[in-house]
Design a binder for this molecule. Structure first.
Ligand SMILES: [Zn+2]
Length: 403
């Protein structure tokens, strides 16, 4: 360990109890999304905590059409100087399986509860990392700006989208790090997403006169077939980005995640619909893939004279920053300095809010304590020591890239 990382550890370690206390208060705010409740209370708590830690803090009211309750972007900053580093996180959580998840439990060095890993734990690490860097005088030539948004779990258009639409993301920033639970990897890439709802319109008829009807179920089956073949084809196209061991390397397309239609078993269905959801590797051109899916649907529908509509319910570009980028090399060095072993880069199988920064040309990474595979489940947890180590990584990274 270097003298510098010693100083960071000596600042953070005595504050472990304080960090656990803050996580406990954050977990107790049931910011479940959907539906997106209790967001204002949690935002005000975060603003207060930022001030307590010596950061400047403001609440940015999110107006406009949305169904969230009292949502704000919480923006904190510390340091001054020309360079800018973003820490980005979200304070909404997926719905709990049990109300007890909103009471933090502490067991054998683990902190258990909703949002501990995804990602209120990451928020605690980011706030303490920024505070450590400031208190230790490590921010010699720049600022850390922390963005905390309220709607990552339902598409992030309201929160992170607000940042982009109001030009609150500076494209000249040196990097962004989000505290999503990447385990011990650094995620330097994430997939893009397209979601579709494919609907059919036919004609209802009693089963005794079925020949008079137009069966939308038959149309749906016909149109789904080429999409299923397309899903297989995309799954066989591996990404060039490294993945965590065992994770599928192709783009993932789910045809028929939900489907429905019809009015009764003895009636020809006059309506039918199904969804298509996809996660495309960063190498794919999402506009081209959307056109391909539209063409497959259109052509198959024409073969059987089906009346079809396609609604695009989600379109999110992928994100990818090469591991060799200087901002990536610096992050890997900080991870190694704290953990004592070489850092590993991987692509996140899902989508990340990094994309909002990546679209503007800001190098974007995710690094945070906790595991993705337990994050949305009933046993969500994070290792206490990992929270502190992650805060140390953030402090060192701020010191390095803002030097
Ligand atoms: Zn998350």
């Amino acid at each position: 360990m270097s003298a510098r990382s010693d100083r960071v550890a000596q600042w953070l370690e005595p504050r472990t109890e304080e960090m656990v206390g803050l996580l406990s208060r954050l977990v107790a705010e049931p910011t479940e999304n959907p539906p997106g409740t209790g967001l204002g209370r949690c935002a005000r708590l975060l603003e207060e905590e930022m001030r307590r830690l010596g950061l400047e803090a403001e609440l940015i009211d999110i107006t406009g059409p949305h169904r969230l309750e009292d949502p704000y972007v919480v923006r904190g900053s510390t340091g001054d100087g020309a360079k800018l580093l973003y820490f980005h996180g979200h304070y909404d959580v997926v719905p709990a399986q049990d109300r007890e998840q909103f009471r933090l439990r502490r067991e054998n060095g683990e902190l258990i509860g909703r949002g501990t890993a995804d990602m209120k734990g990451g928020i605690v690490s980011m706030l303490y990392g920024a505070a450590a860097a400031k208190e230790l005088g490590l921010l010699t030539n720049g600022r850390v700006v922390v963005h905390l948004v309220p709607d990552e779990e339902t598409g992030s258009v309201v929160g992170a989208g607000h940042l982009r639409d109001h030009h609150l993301i500076d494209p000249s920033a040196v990097a962004v790090v989000t505290g999503e639970p990447s385990g011990t990897s650094i995620w330097n890439a994430a997939r893009g997403a397209i979601s579709l709802r494919v609907g059919f319109e036919g004609r209802e008829a009693h089963v005794g006169q079925a020949a008079f009807g137009v069966n939308t179920f038959a149309h749906m089956v016909h149109v789904a077939r080429p999409l299923l073949a397309y899903a297989e084809e995309m799954a066989a196209k591996p990404t060039g980005y490294p993945m965590d061991p065992g994770d599928p390397t192709g783009s993932m397309v789910v045809v028929g995640g939900i489907c429905g239609g019809g009015s009764n078993f003895n009636v020809v269905p006059a309506d039918a619909w199904f969804t298509v959801d996809s996660r495309f590797n960063p190498e794919e051109d999402l506009h081209a893939e959307l056109e391909r899916m539209r063409a497959l649907i259109r052509d198959a529908a024409a073969e059987v004279d089906a009346k079809v509509t396609v609604e695009v319910t989600q379109f999110q570009p992928p994100a990818g920053t090469p591991a060799e980028h200087p901002a990536g090399v610096a992050l890997a060095r900080c991870v190694e300095e704290v953990r004592g072993e070489p850092a590993r880069f991987a692509m996140c199988g899902g989508i990340l809010e990094n994309r909002w920064y990546d679209q503007l040309g800001v190098p974007a990474f995710a690094y945070g304590a906790g595991r993705l595979d337990v994050s949305h489940g009933p046993h969500e947890r994070v290792d206490e020591q990992e929270l502190v180590r992650t805060a140390a990584v953030y402090a060192l990274y701020a010191a390095d890239v803002l030097a």
